[in-house]
Design a protein around this ligand. Structure first.
Ligand code: HAM
Length: 412
């Protein structure tokens, strides 16, 4: 678990702001689920997944309730839906930390942030297209170019069950040739064997049956509409029949956004899909659902690699230098901030030279300088710091309006 300090922290905030902008423009509203829930909420993610069996931060609280820190937010959003029964379609977005006890490495952490959206109550394949398109649009807004969209369909639950049986038969035929880890995975969830990167498994994965052979007509038609919609919006994608995702609640459309610059074990910037049975599993009515989550940490690493989405400039507009004891700086910074002009100052009655050093370090566009002469005359000295122009004397009463027009000029 890491601290995120400035300037990186400002970048995180800007990241969430861009995401909010993209999804709120499509009618999604913020939900803030709790960080901790009853363990049962998260078990629905899949009893056969690593996330549930190995990575959960679960414990008994002082009331002897078995609780867990959330490993993701889809299950919480569905639990909230069951509890509050909002009007459908319910379009929600979220951001915030999640916890998984994974082996930490670049792009994989035990506390990591996600931004994501979920929609409950709509079956229409055009919604799948909207959800995927919003993810693509967000990456475009960040400036990322090397993101590949991979899509697949896991079909109806019955299609998926027949596929799982076929995979089991196929991999069991591999016998001892299959890696020990994959033999173990096979007993729990044959789909996950497709994720194996081990050399000994590769020939069996290459020849494994593919899900399209098991799609019902409805599932095939749904997936076809998704592809047609993406093409209509000029969103390029590759169909990856081996894309099964790490959580068990998916059916029909699944997708991942893969970063071209990251190592393959951590290159999924985000992913999602349909989970039409999850609300029911949590005790609610039959309700279709779809969404995605993007890893903030990982996506910012991809931004670093591509040299895009730099940290915003942390500079203040004005730095107040007060050589007459500091009381004027107290009043002037308060007045400027109240007027919407960002302002900082130094403390401890430091020398003029030290305060000017602070002013330059702050990145401010202007220094407002006050000493006893200025106080007596009811003026301040205004010194441009970035442009290197001439300093001028300004009446204190005009400071705010004067600075406003100068800042506007400097920023235009
Ligand atoms: P997920 O694939 O488990 O899906 O996670 C989504 C993204 O979160 C990943 O692609 C990755 O960028 C990031 N992520 C996951 N684990 C870590 C980690 N340990 N460290 C850093 N980043 C990580 C879900 O969580 C689903 N809830 C997505 C979804 C929403 N499906 C439907 N709706």
């Amino acid at each position: 678990m890491r601290d995120i300090l400035a300037p990186e922290s400002a970048r995180w905030r800007a990241f969430t702001a861009v995401f909010a902008d993209v999804v709120e423009s499509a009618g999604y509203q913020l939900i803030i689920p709790p960080l901790m829930e009853d363990l049962g909420v998260f078990s629905r993610i899949g009893e056969a997944t690593d996330v549930v069996t190995k990575e959960m931060y679960d414990f008994f609280d002082k009331g002897d309730r078995h609780v867990a820190l959330r490993p993701e937010q889809t299950a919480s959003v569905c639990r909230a839906f069951v509890q509050h029964r909002p009007v459908t379609p319910w379009k929600a977005w979220y951001s915030g930390p999640n916890f998984r006890y994974e082996k930490p490495q670049r792009g994989r952490y035990r506390q990591f942030d996600q931004v994501g959206i979920e929609v409950l109550g709509v079956n229409d394949a055009h919604l799948d297209v909207e959800v995927i398109a919003l993810g693509s649009e967000f990456f475009r807004r960040l400036g990322l170019r090397q993101v590949e969209l991979r899509i697949n369909s896991l079909g109806e639950p019955a299609d998926r069950a027949r596929y799982v049986d076929a995979l089991r038969t196929h991999f069991e035929a591999g016998g001892e040739d299959l890696s020990a880890a994959s033999r173990d995975t096979l007993t729990k969830n044959p789909l996950r064997v497709l994720d194996s990167k081990r050399v000994s498994d590769a020939p069996y994965i290459a020849t494994a049956p593919t899900i399209d052979q098991f799609w019902s007509d409805d599932a095939a038609a749904h997936f076809h509409t998704v592809q047609a919609g993406l093409s209509q919006l000029d969103i390029s994608f590759v169909i990856d029949m081996k894309l099964v995702r790490g959580l068990d609640y998916y059916r029909h459309t699944t997708f991942e956004f893969v970063g071209g610059t990251l190592e393959s074990a951590q290159n999924a910037l985000g992913g999602g899909g349909r989970y039409d049975g999850l609300v029911e599993d949590l005790g609610g009515p039959t309700t279709p659902g779809i969404g995605f989550a993007l890893g903030v940490d990982r996506t910012l690493l991809a931004c670093d690699d591509e040299g895009v989405f730099a940290a915003p400039d942390p500079s203040v507009d004005v730095f107040v230098v007060d050589t007459a004891g500091g009381a004027s700086a107290l009043a002037i910074t308060a007045e400027l901030r109240a007027a919407g002009i960002s302002a900082d100052r130094s403390y401890d009655n430091r020398s003029m030279k030290a305060q000017m050093k602070g002013a330059n370090r702050s990145g401010a566009a202007f220094a407002v300088i006050v000493g006893t002469d200025e106080i007596d005359a009811g003026t301040v000295t205004l010194k441009p710091l970035r442009s290197g122009g001439e300093q001028s004397i300004v009446p204190m009463a005009h400071l705010v309006s004067d600075l406003r027009s100068r800042l506007q000029e400097a920023n235009s």
